[in-house]
Design a protein around this ligand. Sequence first.
Ligand code: PMP
Length: 397
Amino acid sequence: MEIENAVPITWRFSQRAAQMQSSFIREILKITQRPEIISFAGGLPSPDTFPVEQMKAAFDTVLTNSGKVALQYGPTDGFPPLREWIANSLSTAGCTIAPEQVLMTSGSQQALDLIGKVLIDEGSRVLVETPSYLGALQAFSVYRPQFASVATDDDGLVPGSIEKVAIGARMLYALPNFQNPTGRSLSIPRRRELVETCARHNLPLIEDDPYGALSYKGEPFPKMLNMNPGGVIYMGSFSKVLTPGIRLGYVVAPLPLVRRLELAKQAADLHTAQLTQMVVHEVIKDGFLERHIPTIRALYANQCQAMLDALAACFPAGVSWTKPEGGMFIWVTLPKHIDTMKLLDHSIAERVAFVPGAPFYANEAETNTLRLSFVTVSPERIREGIAILGKLIAALM
Ligand code: PMP
């Protein structure tokens, strides 16, 4: 029973909480979930790729054979056989990754937070690509870094451009494969140059790689982790190759760092759910991903091509876009005077949604850019939506 004179609290938030901002994408997603909207806004994988039957069978197997372990608390660093599987999958002929270097996380998003917690002090310089993954900017921002934006072009991050800002910086956050938001990839020579430059500056290089397996040609790029395992922090995820709903990711780092990350994780949530780790291990242990990932690639390659064709047919001259060879995103650049935040208002009114580019910039935003995702929309709806968007853009030009 409520006490007499019960009064609500007047909140005094921490400075940290007071400056937190909602991700712009999550706000747009609330609008775009309306069924009449053709949404190119989501960063969601296609639910048609979720292995529902395999997950169902694996839950059953795990609960039948090891229910008491699966439902118990587990170790902070993760389920050992899964860590071993990951270490094996990342090892190459010249570079062995040890299971002790793998820390399981609740989605790779948690790895971003933990990395921020152990490497960033207030005012620390953090190097990010221009543009970069919004969720990483949001995760790191809690720890109040100074972001330094690093130049990018069609071949990805420009390694030479970090020289001036690398001295004294705490880390460089890079997305070498089919980047979110641009869909671009870092060329192989630049990978070597970047690894070498970071090593020379004693600068930890974070390689965030949720999309690497989704190369349409089926040939993944070499990982920077394998070029310098002592200097690269690698992040992987099961979100785009299995399902994001299980929230399972991992970070691979040199031992001194992984131990710190583990302490931070212990304080945050003790450990990632044992049940889901065991289920995922059960699903993938006998080579399931080798059969499953090609089906995702084929689906996304087809939808990417449908969007590229629609863009070529419907967007006016003066507009350019990236041509991804994998992943989930295309990045569009309009003439300078068109603000895509304003374009979004018009396009929502016409039932089409996208994400304006500005929130992906840590510093000065290019407001004439936007991100399109093609993976959850059928080719017919892609053509319909891009035609509508093309007309709206033409009207503004
Ligand atoms: N990094 C990048 C580049 C992403 O695009 C995403 C998801 N959109 C994440 C990390 C986080 O993924 P998850 O937490 O589902 O592993």
